[in-house]
Write a protein that binds this ligand. Sequence first.
Ligand SMILES: Cc1cc2nc3c(=O)[nH]c(=O)nc-3n(C[C@H](O)[C@H](O)[C@H](O)COP(=O)(O)OP(=O)(O)OC[C@H]3O[C@@H](n4cnc5c(N)ncnc54)[C@H](O)[C@@H]3O)c2cc1C
Length: 428
Amino acid sequence: MLATMRIAVIGAGASGLVATWLLQPNYDVTCFEASNDLGGNAQKRIVHVGGESLSVQLGPTFMMPKDYSAFFKILSILEVPSERTPMQLSVLDDQGRAHFISPSLHPFRLGSLSNLTSTKDLYYLRAILNETLKLAKKSDKSTTWHDFIPFLDLPKDFIHSVAYPIVSGFFGLNYETASQISAYCALLYMALCLPTLSNGVQFARSVVGGTHRWIEALGDRLRVGTVQLDCPVTRIKPLPGGKVILEHAQGEEIFDHVVVTTQPWSAAEFIDDEEIVRALQKFPSLPAEIAIHPDPLVPVANKAWSPAMIFAGTESSQLSTFAGSLGGQKLYRSWITEGTKTPKSILAHHTFRHLVPLPEVVDAQRSIQSINAKGSIHFAGAWTHDLDSHEAAIRSGIGAAKALGANNLLLSKIGSPTARYGFGVKEA
Ligand SMILES: Cc1cc2nc3c(=O)[nH]c(=O)nc-3n(C[C@H](O)[C@H](O)[C@H](O)COP(=O)(O)OP(=O)(O)OC[C@H]3O[C@@H](n4cnc5c(N)ncnc54)[C@H](O)[C@@H]3O)c2cc1C
């Protein structure tokens, strides 16, 4: 009976692909993807400069050595290598003058602690990250950044010139909105690299050749025809008797179960069920734009250069990360939503909506859990599962496959991913 169950997965981002891969050995599964490529946020673009081309990552790049156990387990099953990648950052004003430089790891010139603007500032940042881990251990997502930061009794100048710009820059939010986000979410990415910070240098990990490499490896493990690209789902509706009707670009089909892995605001447009749509509409989001460009937004002295640069303005800051070198030129990847600086030339860009990690996301996640599986419609995706991260996306895909009763060798190889800091764990 199990072998004939028909399951549709909507969305071929990390969560949808993992769910499809793990359901495939047990069921008849089809994944519908609106765009013409796999990966969702983990998408690559090929950019060209002076006759040379480079594949660059527009979305997730930094995977944390701690608490990404599901991600690293899957990489090892797929035999996809990862490597250390520096998390160094500089916070500069919009003229390029440095407020803060963590130990530099210039790709062509290994820096040292002597580049630090202030060891005190490094100590203050450590204090914030340590406290962030404590919030994470308690799964406290309701304390806002605004309420959290005064407790640490740090100098006002550091808070305004360094701490706020980092949080605003990471999320592409202005300072006002950044102050309202959950403190737990604000810097957990950095906090998960903390122990190596004691060496003065901190590292995350990245997939060798770019995040899309593991997405492609996963795509290669799916049966031909399992993923329907360029096939947006336009409507799903639960039918009496438990099946679901699904309308897509090429027609309509009936499924026993549907796993929705698109962003909640996209799902609200195609699910024909008022209660589910109300729950999906609780997730706060803002428009976002990211660009790959060759000119630095602001000229930065060699000494102040880091793989991640945050330019602090009066209302917001702007994050610009090193995206690779091509034709002798450095390329940068910058949030340009809130930024006051616009690149002179743009080689690739991506416009999308981004989840804003306000404390109310926790309530929204609870509402979704309470209606999960209603009318045979199941939810997965990073937004359903703790902080918006690649690990959360992957765990949600694993969770959906298990909830649908999948039972196979892949699932037993993955086992039950552990998490020390509650990261990626489904909250009660
Ligand atoms: C710029 C950026 C940087 C990030 N950096 C990091 C990082 O460094 N580390 C990290 O851990 N996380 C990072 N993240 C978080 C990232 O969101 C997750 O890592 C993860 O990739 C999300 O995967 P997902 O499958 O949940 O959703 P998505 O990747 O959004 O996938 C959803 C899919 O659904 C498809 N879809 C939408 N509507 C329809 C429809 N009607 N029919 C069919 N298909 C549809 C979309 O086209 C998309 O492919 C970053 C996110 C962004 C945006």
